[in-house]
Structures are given as C-alpha cells and as structure tokens.
Design a protein around this ligand. Structure first.
Ligand code: SAM
Length: 253
C-alpha cells in the first residue's frame, strides 16, 4: 500500500536565516499522550523519571498493526518528534543550556535545546508494547520526556550494538544531573494521594521522580525561595515549596 503524508510540518519555517535552504515537509504519524501536561517539570532527558508512562496514538495509514510487526523484539525505541510547543519561537545560533547554570552560552548544535532551526527532538524511551483498542493502535511507552500532544514524526528501534557507546564523552553533561533535594509530602497531600492512588497507583513515585530533578531555574537553587511552585501531572495540579534542600508537596488538586 502506498501511504500519503498527513498533516505536513514544513521544517525550519521560523528561521530568519534559512533563505537559501530547501524546505522539507514531514508528516505527523502519531500523537503522544503523556502525564506531562505543561513544560515546567518535564525532565530534561528521557529515563530520568522511569514512572512516567504514556502512549502514542497512531494516525492515518500508520494506524496499522502491520507497521509495528516484530517491534516487541526491542526493549527501547527512538522517537523523533516536533517541539510543537516552542517551535513558533524560532532559534538562535547561541543558547544558554540549563545544564551550564543558564548563564554560559553554547552553540545550538552543541546542546539538546528545544529551540533549533528544525524543531526536532530525539528521545529514547522504553517499549511497553502495542495495544489495539477498537481498531485504534497505540504504542505504549515509558520513561518519556515529552509533553502531552507532542507530534511524532518517526519511530525506530534502539540498537544497543550501534547506539550505546560506553566510551563516548560529553564534557558538560557527563552524568545525569544531580540535585541535593529530598521530597516530602505534607499531611494534606498524603491524604489526597491515598484517594487518588486507587486510579493512579504510581502517582506518588512519579511526583518524587519529577521533583527530585528540582525543576526550578538554576539561579534559584542556592538561594532562599519562598515561592509556591506547581507542576501538572495527568489532570492534577501539584503545588510544592522548597526550604533549604527539602521540597514539600503541599497539595494535589
Ligand atoms: N530528549 C529530547 C532531545 O534531546 O531532543 C528532548 C530534550 S529537551 C532538553 C527536553 C525538554 O523538552 C523537556 O524538559 C520539555 O520541557 C521540553 N519538551 C518536551 N516536549 C516538548 C514539546 N512537544 N514542545 C516543546 N518542548 C517540549
């Protein structure tokens, strides 16, 4: 069967400096359903919050079990996706990676910044298998770092022999980001969790894994901070505050 492209993205449209670059049209093949309902709080790479589970709803001709035959042979998959939430903001050659504290500049291609000439992201996620519900094909995934509604443009198997390079080096991000914080739950939050857990048994673990990343801007980290922050996971608004190195979850509504 020959498949037509659906909903094309014209890559690089936002860049002011691409007058002499050819445009390429890509189509979305699926949409991500994710617990992350806003950008704030999403880990900066996949794998940092293993309790994050989501799925990809396949679209158009790609909504076909045939397209996923044998995918169970791979534990992990590469996702190529569109940074749809930020693509309208365009890009600059120099960016300030949060990993460098937000005040040192690096070239966009030396970073995993979301603001790129072609707003494409690349994440390796755990393959949790295909599910078909009323003729709709879903690809279940976990450990994702993607916003709800993210358009997927390609899926490829992760090949350890070619993709895992134990001797590769990465000077400014050699290991996962480390924070000094502990996460505690206030009495009210504990009570609310005990009710919510019937439907979302992993919510507490996910909140802990997300907040252990300390999603605040880097410049806030070593200063007194009495602000009440909120992250959005599934349909819940989770409010939290930091005192020295303790993050306290105040309530979950
Ligand atoms: N792993 C990917 C990569 O390296 O291309 C993404 C890295 S990027 C630094 C991760 C951040 O992208 C997340 O913390 C989240 O804030 C942001 N993000 C995730 N999905 C997005 C989307 N659809 N549009 C814009 N930003 C998104």
């Amino acid at each position: 069967m020959k498949c037509a492209l659906k909903q094309p993205f014209v890559m690089g449209k936002q860049s002011k400096s691409r007058n002499n670059m050819a445009s390429i049209s890509l189509s979305e093949i699926g949409l991500v359903e994710s617990p992350y309902r806003q950008k704030f709080g999403i880990p900066r790479q996949p794998g940092l919050a293993p309790a994050a589970k989501g799925r990809i709803k396949l679209l158009g001709e790609v909504n076909s079990p045939d397209a996923f035959k044998s995918i169970e042979q791979y534990s992990h998959l590469w996702l190529i996706f569109v940074f749809h939430e930020t693509m309208a903001q365009g890009w600059k050659p120099l960016v300030r990676p949060p990993r460098l504290g937000g005040n040192v500049k690096a070239g966009v291609f030396a970073t995993r910044s979301t603001f790129r000439p072609n707003p494409l992201g690349l994440s390796v996620v755990k393959n949790e298998g295909i599910e078909i519900i009323k003729r709709q094909v879903y690809l279940n995934i976990s450990e994702l770092d993607l916003l709800d509604g993210t358009p997927i443009v390609d899926i490829k198997p992760y090949l350890p022999f070619a993709d895992a390079l134990p001797h590769a080096s990465s000077d400014f991000a050699p290991t996962p980001p480390s924070t000094q914080v502990e996460v505690h739950f206030a009495e009210l939050a504990k009570q609310q969790l005990s009710i919510i857990e019937v439907r979302y048994p992993k919510l507490q673990v996910l909140i802990e894994q997300v907040l252990l990343q300390d999603p605040r801007p880097a410049y806030k980290r070593n200063k007194a901070d009495d602000k009440v922050y909120a992250v959005s996971l599934y349909e819940f608004n989770i409010r939290w505050q930091v005192n020295h190195h303790i993050i306290t979850v105040l309530d979950i509504t």
